[in-house]
Write a protein of this length. Structure first.
Length: 298
C-alpha cells in the first residue's frame, strides 16, 4: 500500500468537501437575506430613484443563471502545442505550465481591436478563442479566459498578456490555460435585477446613479499564488457612474451570485493586499481557500 499516495487522496478529498460545505453555508446565510424575486417592483424602485440602467444584452436578460463553483486546473502545454504556433518562437516554461513567445516580426492588430482581437487570437494563440479582452495599458493587452462564453477573472494576473512596442504592435506574449470543471453546482443564481436590488437595499446604488455595465463572471478565490488548481465563484459585476460635487466618478461592485454578498472593485488583492469587503462579518469567498474553509466550519 502506497501510504503517501493514499494520504494525499484523503487530503484532497477533505479539502474539496470543506469548500463545498463552506459554499453551502454562504448559500443558506445569503438567501435568508434575499427576498422573493419581483422584477416589476425592482424596476419601479429604479425608476422612482431616477437610476438609469444601460441596455442589457438579450443573453443576460434571458439568462437562466446557474450557481456553480468552478475548479480551474492548469493544463500543461505539450511540444505539439508549441509546434502548431505560427510566425513566432515559442517556448514552454515553468514546468510547461506557461508559453512564452516572441513573434518573428511585430504584428499590427489595431484593425482587429473593435472585434476583441478575435482574428489575432484565432491565428496566433493556442486555443485563442477561449480568451476574451480584459484591459489595455501602454505596454500590454490583457485577456481573461472564458468558461461557456462567460469570463473568468484572476485578480493577480491575466492568463494571457500580449506585449506591445512603442508603435502599439504585438511583439510577444505569455500564456497559461485552465481546464475548467464544475465542482459545486445545481443551484439557481441571482438574476441581474436581483443583484441591482441587493445594491439598492444596501445603498450602494443611489438616487440619480447610472448603471453603465452588468456582467456575470467567475472570480478566482485566493489560493496559494500560482497554484496548479484554483477555484472560481460566480459574481455579477456592476459598474456605476455617479455624480458628486459636480464631478463624475465610477465605482464597480461585485455581487456574489449565490449569497448576495457585496464587494467593491478593484480588489486590493490585485497588488498583493487584502480584498476590500463592503460588508463586515461576512465570509469572504475571494480570500484564501484555507480561510474560506475555516469560515465554513464555524
Amino acid at each position: 500500500m502506497n501510504w503517501t499516495r493514499t494520504k494525499s487522496i484523503f487530503i484532497v478529498t477533505f479539502f474539496c468537501l470543506n469548500v463545498f460545505l463552506a459554499w453551502q453555508l454562504m448559500d443558506k446565510v445569503g438567501r435568508s437575506q434575499i427576498g422573493v424575486f419581483d422584477p416589476d417592483n425592482i424596476e419601479t424602485r429604479l425608476k422612482e430613484n431616477n437610476i438609469k440602467v444601460a441596455d442589457v444584452p438579450e443573453e443576460i436578460g434571458n439568462m437562466r443563471e446557474s450557481g456553480s463553483v468552478l475548479k480551474g486546473t492548469w493544463e500543461p502545454f505539450t511540444e505539439d502545442d508549441v509546434k502548431s504556433l505560427v510566425a513566432q518562437k515559442a517556448n514552454r516554461i515553468a514546468d510547461n505550465w506557461w508559453i512564452e513567445s516572441t513573434f518573428d516580426s511585430p504584428i499590427d492588430i489595431t484593425s482587429d481591436e473593435e472585434n476583441g482581437y478575435t482574428a489575432f487570437l484565432s491565428t496566433y494563440i493556442y486555443k485563442g478563442l477561449s480568451y476574451t479582452f480584459s484591459s489595455k495599458d501602454e505596454d500590454s493587452i490583457y485577456f481573461d479566459q472564458k468558461f461557456k462564453q462567460q469570463r473568468t477573472v484572476v485578480p493577480e494576473g491575466a492568463p494571457l498578456e500580449l506585449y506591445l512596442n512603442d508603435n502599439n504592435q504585438v511583439t510577444g506574449y505569455v500564456q497559461r490555460y485552465y481546464d475548467f470543471d464544475i465542482t459545486v453546482g445545481g443551484r439557481d443564481a441571482l438574476k441581474y435585477l436581483q443583484a441591482l436590488e441587493v445594491l439598492l437595499d444596501k445603498q450602494h446604488l443611489r438616487r440619480n446613479d447610472h448603471v453603465t455595465h452588468i456582467e456575470l463572471s467567475y472570480y478566482q478565490m485566493r489560493t496559494e499564488r500560482f497554484s496548479e488548481t484554483e477555484y472560481f465563484i460566480p459574481a455579477w459585476t456592476v459598474e456605476i457612474e455617479r455624480e458628486s460635487g459636480g464631478k463624475k466618478r465610477n465605482e464597480t461592485y461585485l455581487v456574489d451570485a449565490i449569497s448576495g454578498v457585496v464587494y467593491q472593485w478593484p480588489l486590493e488583492s490585485t497588488i498583493g493586499g487584502e480584498l476590500e469587503q463592503v460588508e463586515e462579518g461576512k465570509i469572504n469567498p475571494f480570500d484564501r481557500v484555507d480561510e474560506y474553509r475555516e469560515g465554513g466550519n464555524r
